[in-house]
Design a protein around this ligand. Structure first.
Ligand SMILES: O=C(O)c1ccccc1NCC(=O)[C@H](O)[C@H](O)COP(=O)(O)O
Length: 264
């Protein structure tokens, strides 16, 4: 069983329990449910740097990135560093995150927040909105195109933006819907965990022009960003490179400042 199948199986169990414990009607009464979302898409279109900084403590490929990281401290520093948006891992079992992390990030910053999780059920979209997310992720490798269409429609109806994640041309071709806002190319092969930025460069020209393009995973220097910008990418999702350091906010700030000075 590959990692996405394992995660999907766990999510299905988790969602069935949650639906009983916290019904949709309860989520819909939470104050953030009616909040107007911040737009990551618009921030990326306006930005010269396009950095989406990620908060994650661990991952299947890196089991100990920053286990004790404090979400308020890091997200506040990411905002001050000039990030366009923040990605918050909300999966507990595989990434050590939680919906509480998302809620704390929401109370801390005014930037668009991506709920970084593995969506397999509409319930998780309602949960994302209620806990303060602005953007949700749909991973083509773990969904059927019909589900991508259904979940993206529902997300838009909730006022959320949709980031579709693909790894190859087939996933891209099968999941082009007008309810998608941004297309992310994940440079990490989820079978081997190897990262290769060429994945983004190869797919860039195949992504239709109306979608904001985001390159995800394995980005560790500003030279990579300058090259990816030449291929047409406007957004860059960076997690481990910041989170593995003692002060992720400071690392993000130095990275963004270096990028700004190299972009002049
Ligand atoms: O990172 C993993 O090990 C992983 C394994 C299985 C599914 C998803 C996984 N990562 C999620 C991500 O997409 C990354 O956290 C994100 O793109 C940032 O990547 P990085 O900058 O390399 O930390």
């Amino acid at each position: 069983m590959n990692i996405l199948d394992k995660i999907a199986a766990r999510k299905r169990e988790e969602v069935e329990i949650l639906k009983e414990e916290v019904p949709v009607e309860t989520l819909q009464m939470l104050p953030h449910f009616k909040r107007k979302c911040f737009s990551l898409k618009e921030n990326l279109k306006k930005s010269k740097t396009g950095i989406i900084s990620e908060f994650k403590r661990r991952s299947p490929s890196h089991p100990e990135i920053n286990l004790g990281a404090d979400v308020a401290e890091v997200t506040k520093a990411y905002e001050a560093a000039g990030a366009c948006g923040i990605s918050v891992l909300t999966d507990e079992d595989f990434f050590g995150g939680s919906l509480d992390d998302l809620a704390v990030a929401r109370e801390t910053v005014k930037l668009p927040l991506l709920r970084k999780d593995f969506i397999i059920d509409e319930y998780q979209l309602i949960e994302a909105k209620a806990m303060g997310a602005d953007v949700i992720l749909l991973i083509a490798a773990m969904l059927k195109p019909k589900q991508v269409e259904q979940f993206s429609k529902k997300a838009k109806a909730l006022g959320l933006e949709v980031l579709l994640e693909v790894h190859n041309e087939e996933e891209l071709k099968n999941n082009i819907f007008d309810t998608i806002d941004m297309i992310g190319v994940n440079n990490r092969n989820l079978k081997t965990f190897e990262v290769n930025l060429q994945t983004s460069k190869d797919l860039a020209e195949k992504i239709p022009g109306q979608y904001v393009k985001i390159s995800e995973s394995g980005i560790s220097d500003t030279t990579a960003i300058l090259e990816l910008q030449k291929s047409g990418f406007q957004g860059f999702l960076i997690g481990g490179n910041f989170m593995k350091t003692e002060d992720p906010g400071k690392s993000a700030s130095e990275f963004i400042n270096e990028l700004k000075s190299r972009s002049k």
